[in-house]
Design a protein. Structure first.
Length: 230
């Protein structure tokens, strides 16, 4: 199936301390000329072993699987500048040992606390034709519940996060050194945790300027990022 992608990854954080393996599948199916359905699933197995499990090497391992699923509707429109997507995600983390690239890794929270269940609803749109060329944005809302403190087993507060990201990628024609290299990203997040006295919030303004610092001139012509040995 050409539209099916499966990724397998394994990480070891110090031998005899922590192992993590991840399996992810992604499938896209065309519903019509403009609409596509995207399905995804993740499974992560985290293990604290040896001394990290509270014993000597070879003793009992602590196993903590994480599961996630995603459903996404993609609208491509009549041209490359038309784009819209709606995303729904569900995730369950029995006990998280470390940060992993899950579906619910947002600006403020990763929604990977011990025993936490979480869902996400998101939408994205390309405003290049309606408002300004190069302007796009996406919004995510996530809700997590049933989390516990892994040490005391006490209930942890439920939480919700609202994220908005706006990207502006202008098509510079002059000066030449800015063409396709500079773009602006503005991100904001609001965190609402149960029983908290106030909302948490943050705003990030990021200016991206991509430059090839390894450009060199060889044989009288500019060759980017290439070193020639003779």
């Amino acid at each position: 199936m050409k539209d099916l992608r499966i990724d397998v990854d394994r990480a070891v954080r110090r031998q005899h301390v922590q192992h993590a393996s991840m399996l992810e599948g992604d499938y896209r199916h065309a519903l019509s000329e403009d609409w596509k359905l995207r399905l995804g699933a993740q499974f992560t197995d985290q293990r604290a072993v040896g001394d990290a499990a509270g014993g000597q090497r070879g003793q009992e391992e602590l196993e903590h699987p994480e599961r996630g699923a995603r459903v996404q509707a993609l609208y491509t429109g009549a041209g490359p500048d038309d784009g819209f997507s709606i995303t729904g995600v569900g995730q369950h983390d029995p006990v998280a040992l470390g940060q992993l690239p899950g579906y619910l890794s947002l600006i403020d929270q990763d929604f990977d606390r011990a025993n936490e269940k979480a869902v996400l609803i998101g939408a994205a749109y390309d405003f290049s034709k309606l408002v300004l060329p190069g302007l796009s944005a996406y919004f995510n809302f996530a809700w997590g519940w049933d989390a516990i403190n892994p040490s005391t087993r006490a209930d942890a507060p439920d939480q919700a996060e609202y994220d908005l990201t706006v990207d502006y990628r202008p098509a510079f024609k002059t000066p030449a050194f800015l063409q396709g290299m500079m773009w602006l990203r503005v991100r904001s997040a609001i965190l609402d945790q149960q029983d908290a006295s106030q909302l948490g919030w943050q705003v990030r303004i990021i200016l991206n300027w991509e430059r090839d610092l390894l450009s060199i001139r060889l044989d009288g012509a500019a060759e980017r990022g290439v070193t020639r040995i003779r």
